[in-house]
Design a protein around this ligand. Structure first.
Ligand code: ZN
Length: 131
């Protein structure tokens, strides 16, 4: 699947974001090694307790893992209230990706174009089982 198509899927996922507190919608589309795509959106806890919020990236990963898929190739992430803005995964999501698939590519929309990053670029000196 092309990066462009995966970004389109992330935009589609973004529409489902549940963000009564911030209004900031994020969508993610996760591609696994078998060609499956899992969509995720950010979900805010209406109580306003920040730690219980779920990011779009972890939402997609949790959906995949719960269906028995754990080998991920790429994840596209898009975010913004009206127009898309640069929206990089938070530290917790980077670590979560690393725990399952340290070689995953992260596809982000920035500077009005689609860019691909390695997780190593986004999470240098990461914690994993090799340490
Ligand atoms: Zn996150």
């Amino acid at each position: 699947m092309t990066n462009e198509r995966l970004i389109e899927k992330a935009i589609e996922a973004r529409e489902k974001a549940y963000v009564p507190i911030s209004g900031f919608k994020v969508g993610a589309a996760l591609l696994d090694s078998e060609g499956n795509v899992f969509l995720g959106c950010n979900i805010e806890d209406p109580s306003g307790i920040g730690v219980t919020n779920v990011c779009a990236e972890r939402c997609a990963i949790i959906k995949a893992v719960s269906e028995g898929f754990t080998d991920f190739v790429k994840i596209a992430v898009v975010g913004g209230e009206e127009e898309l803005i640069f929206c990089a995964p938070c530290g917790a999501c980077r670590q979560y990706m690393n725990s399952f698939s340290p070689n995953i590519k992260v596809i982000l929309f920035s500077d009005n174009k689609i860019n691909e990053y390695s997780l190593q670029e986004l999470l240098p000196y990461s914690f994993n089982e090799t340490f």
